[in-house]
Design a protein. Structure first.
Length: 219
């Protein structure tokens, strides 16, 4: 009988201790708690180049040596980056026909093609207008052989845009994206000029590959 009484006493004591623990735990719970959620965004730079003709192959026809020719069809460049702002770069490369791109406005060499590029706002739809714009197709607008050049005022050098205040002027720095909702502001028109060398050893048709790349803004 004594043993049974002692067992009942210990059982009752255990129940009381358990109840005390539960009550103590409830008393320690805070009236507010929190958790942390981590979200890592992903974004990319993107640009789309479209011409008024399809496919995007501009045939400028037959041009005499030593003469210049221009693109006459509108080429629209639209920034479609998921980053807020984008800096464009442009380069040229002769991919067939045996010539190269001349990186200098000095006297041209044999089999070396000079190439220029200038961007305007979308109000300019005529190559004739562009050819008369102040600053267009000058030395800052020269394209380099497979060597991308920044468009706009990047790194303290203004390239590939008409003079401020001239018809068609567009500030090409830190281009906004069409994904931000302002599609007109994300677009510009690209115009090209080429000057053939005075002499050539190769008279086959030449194809010039123009690359427009989107990347991070520059100071």
């Amino acid at each position: 009988m004594k043993t049974q009484g002692r067992t009942k006493s210990w059982t009752l004591l255990g129940a009381l201790l358990l109840l005390g623990t539960l009550l103590t735990g409830s008393a320690k719970a805070a009236d507010m708690d929190s958790l942390t959620v981590t979200i890592t965004p992903t974004a990319s730079y993107a640009v789309d180049v479209d011409t008024a003709i399809s496919p995007a192959l501009l045939n400028l026809g037959s041009v005499g040596l030593g003469l210049s020719t221009y693109t006459v069809n509108v080429t629209t460049v639209e920034v479609q980056s998921s980053y807020a702002t984008t800096q464009l770069q442009i380069a040229a490369e002769v991919i067939s026909g045996g010539w190269s791109i001349d990186n200098s406005t000095a006297a041209q060499e044999t089999d070396a093609l000079q190439a220029w590029a200038v961007f305007t706002d979308t109000s300019i739809v005529s190559a004739t207008v562009v050819q008369g714009l102040a600053g267009a197709y000058g030395a800052p607008d020269l394209l380099f052989n497979n060597l991308p050049q920044y468009v706009g005022d990047a790194n303290g050098v203004t390239r590939h845009e008409v003079n401020s205040g001239a018809a068609g002027y567009k500030n090409m720095d830190n281009h906004v994206s069409s994904l931000a909702g302002d599609v007109p502001a994300s677009r510009s028109h690209l115009w090209l000029k080429f000057t053939l060398p005075p002499v050539s050893t190769l008279m086959t048709a030449k194809q010039v590959y123009i690359t427009v790349a989107a990347g991070a803004p520059q100071p």
